[in-house]
Design a protein around this ligand. Structure first.
Ligand code: DAH
Length: 341
């Protein structure tokens, strides 16, 4: 029986050498260590052996059993490692490969500037108020102190529509009267942002559409100093503490007195260059004290109330800040331009 156990061990170990994967190993276990395996039959027969024979055979049978179990466990571990190595080989991932770039959306330069402007005025207590882009002649001109045939209307080349008296607003100023009529008799401090349209010969400096941000305050004892202070503060917040500004007398039918504000040319620092056409200054907005006629048209008594207004062009500010040489870039949707912001 001892030779039989040697034989069992030898056969089983030989068979194990050819079991390649976990399934084969399980089959091997059933054949060589299972219920009806030759080894188990030896255990079954132990009881029939004589007292003298039993200890030696029993010890040897247990030895063989442990040897086979040990060999199988080793083989199982080996086959698992092989499988892992194989899968690492075939599903190889190169972590040093550069990632695939994916296109990232971004905000249009006008939107970026508009949002800066909103924030600056919000910090100063201005509310944003939107009014219509399709306006009436009455709001766009008449209520702003420009009766029909007033020569100042020539300052705005206008898109008219097929409906008489309906036009695309040429500026955000008509919103002033709309706001006043809604807020009367409350004091007012608003900005009016939005798109404006002009029937222009398109050039590097002029396009048929552009944004404006109008500002309007109405209240008691509002003075020209308030206007200067607010716009000076705006320029500092927009262009930096060191910016130099100046106000120049100007004319608008809806303000009296009227002015334009210039900032010092950032390119030549006031010396004069191509960007500022030699003057050292860049105009960024028009402004003034709201004309008594306009206040009255809005419902406010100019004897009691006063106010200031201003209108600025975000594209113009963006052109200055980012040195954009041609306003047409803003609405031609050329990604090579837009992706620079
Ligand atoms: N609406 C004027 C324009 O488009 C700009 C402007 C000037 C607005 C003076 C104002 C102002 O509110 O007070 O040219």
């Amino acid at each position: 029986m001892l030779t039989q156990l040697d034989e069992i061990e030898k056969t089983a170990l030989a068979a194990l050498a050819s079991a390649q994967d976990e399934t084969a190993l399980e089959a091997w276990r059933i054949t060589h260590l299972g219920r009806s395996s030759p080894l188990m039959q030896v255990f079954d027969q132990l009881g029939k052996l004589s007292k003298e024979e039993r200890p030696a055979i029993g010890r040897r049978a247990n030895e063989v059993k442990r040897a086979l179990e040990g060999a199988q466990a080793e083989r199982l571990e080996l086959s698992r490692q092989l499988a892992l190595a194989r899968s690492l080989q075939s599903e190889r991932l190169d972590v040093t490969l550069p990632g695939r770039p994916f296109p990232k959306g971004r905000l249009h330069p006008s939107t970026q500037i508009l949002r800066r402007i909103y924030r600056i005025y919000a910090e100063m207590g201005f509310q944003a108020y939107r009014t219509r882009e399709v306006e009436s002649d009455e709001y766009n001109f008449e209520l702003l102190n420009m009766p029909p045939h007033h020569p100042a209307r020539d300052m705005w080349d206008t898109f008219h529509t097929s409906s008489p008296g309906v036009l695309l607003r040429t500026h955000t100023s008509p919103g002033q009267v709309r706001v006043m009529r809604e807020y009367y008799p409350e004091p007012i401090r608003v900005i009016l942002p939005g798109m404006c349209y002009r029937y222009e010969q398109v050039s590097a400096r002029k396009d048929i559409q552009f944004n404006q941000v109008e500002g309007l305050t109405v209240g008691y004892q509002i003075t020209f100093s308030d206007l200067k202070g607010t716009l000076t503060d705006f320029a500092r917040r927009m262009f930096g503490e060191a910016v130099r500004i100046r106000f120049r007398a100007a004319y608008f039918p809806f303000t009296e007195p009227s002015a334009e504000m210039d900032i010092e040319c950032f390119l030549c620092e006031g010396k004069g260059c191509g960007v500022c056409s030699g003057s050292g200054w860049l105009e960024i907005l028009g402004c003034g004290m709201v004309h008594p006629v306009v206040l009255r048209n809005g419902g406010y008594d100019p004897e009691k109330f006063s106010g200031y207004a201003f209108g600025m062009g975000p594209e113009r500010i963006a052109m200055l800040r980012y040195r954009v040489p041609d306003i047409r870039y803003f609405w031609t949707n050329d990604l090579r331009f837009l992706e620079q912001f």
